[in-house]
Design a protein around this ligand. Structure first.
Ligand code: AMP
Length: 194
């Protein structure tokens, strides 16, 4: 069983890395952002509620996000493990995830933190806005999402760092090199029984 989290500021490439890393370990990559976007696209009730926040770069409220993750982690495809991408993002979400895992007698193996400097992040996100037409990739929304990451999600990384399970990976450079560095760091941590 391999239970992982990938964290990194918006634009750090964590979604792309999540897919490659999860593929290597044969586990599903679970992106809360992707699940929310699927709900928005499918015009569900959750999608309508979530888009009020997403369009402004704000976090979707914890109770909605936690309930969605609890449901997702109940699927049978997570039996070999999972890689969570974009969750938890608040300390309340850490507690919810701890509760979900404890209920199943499980615990996290490692948290990968991708580090990329701010100028490169903004440039990458504006490029992505053009390529993918994401409504939350405009300059003011990008700034807000970076600010939220700094203010709230840093505390999540710090909380996991206190548990000794954070693996810092340099997120600049070629995609393949970053994936290889992340996989090596995870395998070394798993080998040490971290
Ligand atoms: P992402 O694709 O991970 O950058 O997420 C896109 C947007 O979805 C975020 O800006 C939030 O509005 C929402 N979202 C994704 N994950 C979470 C989460 N764990 N908690 C709250 N909101 C989230």
């Amino acid at each position: 069983m391999t239970r992982l989290i990938i964290m990194g500021p918006p634009g750090s490439g964590k979604g792309t890395q999540a897919g490659h890393i999860a593929g290597h370990f044969g586990i599903p990559a679970i992106s809360t952002g992707d699940i929310f976007r699927a709900h928005v696209g499918g015009n569900t009730e959750l999608g309508a509620e979530a888009s009020k926040y997403m369009d402004h770069g704000e976090f979707v409220p914890d109770h909605l996000t936690n309930a969605m993750v609890r449901l997702r982690l109940g699927n049978s495809d997570v039996r070999p493990g999972f890689l969570l991408d974009g969750y938890p993002r608040t300390t309340a979400q850490i507690e919810a995830l701890d509760g979900i895992l404890a209920g199943a007698g499980q615990q996290l193996d490692a948290v990968v933190e991708l580090a990329v400097d701010d100028d490169e992040l903004v440039a990458r996100m504006l490029r992505r806005a053009q390529d993918q037409g994401r409504s939350d990739d405009t300059a003011p929304v990008i700034r807000r999402r970076l600010e939220l990451y700094r203010n709230e999600t840093r505390a999540v990384v710090e909380r996991y760092a206190e548990r000794g399970i954070v693996l810092a990976v340099d997120g600049s450079g070629r995609r393949e090199e970053i994936t290889a560095k992340a996989i090596a760091a995870i395998e070394s941590a798993l080998g040490k029984g971290l």
